[in-house]
Design a protein around this ligand. Structure first.
Ligand code: ADP
Length: 444
């Protein structure tokens, strides 16, 4: 097992990883930018190293500084969390070159799944069902028109390097295809320095359902059920739940086993998420995330398994001790992303938190680095915490969530809490009747 882990991240996820390390008896090193000197993840770590200025490229994305911090502190492994360097294959390789373990899959798998075109090709060979689309990238308008006509409109232009919902544009009719290609390319070039795009059938009313997997890299892999992440704004998740209100036990077991089998074949190592769109009773693979996800918590609540502890054990070379038959799904869990944003316009709302009172009680979990007196810096993602609620049934879970939201006090800044209070009162939410467009329609 590792003696000391450096956490190359910030905010709630850095805290989450510190908690797992502490329970495993592993020392922790926090890294931080000058803007995060007072952050909770720095305070709660055993050691900390300032690695640069506020912009992420100078600090949380600064690979030489992070490697130096490992060498100064003697950390033998790095946990990248999510975002920042979590899906950077070169980072994984550089760490290995310095004999530091990257807590994640092989660099080869990170690279493979980081390119969505290659990911889809791999998924196809592994027997996963795909969204109909172009085979490979789009090089010119004529080719795009031909493929789009074959697939049928509406068509979604997607960036091969995509992430965070960027580089995605819909063309409802052929006349819109040229502009959609151009805009998606510009967005992709700006965000990912790679303007490769491909086409997919734009599904009208799908749900986003993803399967959590755990593999040991030796050909053993299990699934931990699914999460429904259909409540989204601009392709960004805001509310996630497990199990999905749309699946029955048979469908759940079938998609879970299909994915676990694919991961065994791939000899996948670590935690990962295989994402699908689900429409008309069918699953369509869209991408795989080779890291821990924000919403891993709902899976933890219903399985009782600490995914970060499992992830660290596997990275340290331990075999997968959990068997598929050991996995039991208990009750229902919902996560709400508490963002420092205006709940109507979603404009970021950085600034000082004057009062902070998180909810508590049975089945209530708050993962957050926020506290009264903390000033949210304007440089990073607006996620300041996650409220996760667990109960025996979905109805009880909704009632508990309503109660917990009512207790939650965050003063001084705007947050998404009022939005969730409003959602709880919606009959569609109560009935679990929503697709990926539901929230945008509701907000409009
Ligand atoms: P990213 O990596 O940017 O998150 P994804 O491929 O995971 O991109 O897609 C993010 C979201 O975009 C999905 O959850 C879904 O809401 C929407 N989306 C992606 N592909 C399609 C599609 N073919 N049809 C309809 N919606 C899609």
């Amino acid at each position: 097992m590792f003696d000391k882990i450096l956490i190359a991240n910030r905010g709630e996820i850095a805290l989450r990883i510190e908690r797992a390390c502490k329970e495993l008896g592993i020392a922790t090193v926090a890294v931080h930018s000058t803007a995060d000197a007072d952050a909770m993840h720095v305070r709660l770590a055993d050691e900390s190293v300032c690695i640069g200025g506020p912009p992420a490229k100078d600090s949380y994305l600064n690979i030489p500084q992070i490697v130096s911090a490992c060498e100064i502190t003697g950390a033998d492994a790095v946990h990248p969390g999510y975002g920042f360097l979590a899906e950077n294959a070169r980072f994984a390789e550089i760490l290995e070159e310095h004999e530091i373990t990257f807590i994640g899959p092989s660099a080869e798998h990170v690279r493979l799944m980081g390119n969505k075109i290659e990911a889809k090709e791999t998924a196809k060979t592994l027997g996963l069902p795909l969204v109909p689309g172009s085979e490979g990238s789009i090089t010119n308008l004529e080719q795009a028109k031909k493929i789009a006509a074959d697939i049928g409109y509406p068509i979604l232009v997607k960036a091969a390097a995509g992430g965070g919902g960027r580089g995605m544009k819909v063309a409802h009719v052929e006349e819109e295809l040229d502009a959609a290609l151009a805009t998606a390319r510009i967005e992709a070039k700006t965000a990912f320095a790679d303007d490769t795009v491909y086409l997919e059938k734009y599904l009208a009313h799908p749900r986003h359902i993803e399967v959590q997997v755990l593999g040991d890299g030796e050909g053993n892999a299990i699934h931990l059920g699914e999460r429904d992440c259909s409540i989204q704004r601009r392709h960004q998740k805001l509310w996630e739940e497990a199990p999905s209100p749309a699946l029955n036990d048979g469908e759940r077991a079938k998609i879970g086993e299909t994915v676990a089998k694919a991961m065994r074949e791939l000899r996948y190592r670590g935690v990962g998420t295989v994402e699908f769109l689900y429409e008309g009773g069918e699953f369509y693979f869209i991408e795989m995330n080779t890291r821990l996800q924000v919403e891993h918590t709902v899976t933890e609540m219903i399985t009782g398994i600490d995914l970060v502890i499992e992830q660290i054990r596997i990275a340290a070379g331990a075999p997968l001790t959990l068997k598929q038959g050991d996995i039991r799904f208990n009750g229902h869990a919902i996560e709400c992303r508490i963002n420092a944003e205006d709940p109507r316009t979603f404009r970021p709302s950085p600034g000082k938190i004057t009062h902070f009172h998180p909810p508590g009680g049975l089945g209530v979990r708050v993962d957050s680095g926020a506290y009264a007196g903390y000033t949210i810096p304007p440089y990073y993602d607006s996620l300041i915490g996650k409220l996760i609620v667990h109960a025996r049934t979905r109805n009880e879970c909704l009632m508990r969530l309503k109660r917990a939201l009512g207790e939650f006090v965050v003063d001084g800044i705007d947050t998404t809490i009022p939005l969730f209070k409003a959602l709880i009162a919606e009959p569609d939410i109560a009935d679990g009747q929503y697709d990926i467009h539901w929230l945008e329609n509701y907000l409009a």
